[in-house]
Write a protein that binds this ligand. Structure first.
Ligand code: 4NP
Length: 155
């Protein structure tokens, strides 16, 4: 086990919110010159193997970030020891992760927006059933979280 941070972002489908969080975090880490392992997963298995939702891809592309090559996967018990931090995008994702966590879990588990001062306890809303504008809100939220994480992890 290295001391290199390994961050996993988890939502329900791994096609909307968590791939955007992964993309925002990759860019923030690169810009900050920080070496970390970054991944995302879903608690559900419906979209395993699929690329992100086309609206998520377009939203990231509009910010200069390419997430089109990502493939959805389901969270795995091994993730709780492989990653140093696991961030749930909403409270249901967090509850599901807590239920799945093995007794030897070493990863710190938290709600993503708990990392953002003033946003504690809040969810990154699921944009899947809404229109494109919801994806812009998602991007704003995950970018704020990525910036807050960079500040925390580079302390
Ligand atoms: P995500 O959004 O959890 O942000 O990836 C969803 C994607 C798919 C579904 C629900 C939420 N679904 O029910 O298929």
């Amino acid at each position: 086990m290295t001391s290199k941070p390994a961050l996993l972002f988890v939502c329900l489908g791994n096609i909307c919110r968590s791939p955007l969080a992964e993309g925002a975090m990759r860019v923030a880490a690169k810009d900050a010159g920080l070496d970390m392992h970054i991944d995302s997963a879903g608690t559900g298995a419906w979209h395993v193997g699929n690329p992100p939702d086309s609206r998520a891809i377009a939203t990231a592309r509009g910010k200069g970030v390419d997430i089109s090559g990502l493939q959805a996967r389901q969270v795995d018990v091994a993730d709780f020891t492989r990653f140093t931090h696991i961030f749930a995008l909403d409270a249901q994702n967090l509850a599901d992760l807590r239920q799945l966590a093995p007794t030897d879990a070493t990863a710190e588990l938290a709600l993503l927006l708990d990392m953002v001062p003033g946003r504690e306890g809040q969810a990154v809303a699921d944009p899947y059933y809404g229109d494109e504008s919801g994806f812009a809100v998602t991007w704003r939220d995950v970018s704020a979280a990525a910036d807050a994480l960079i500040a925390r992890l580079s302390r």
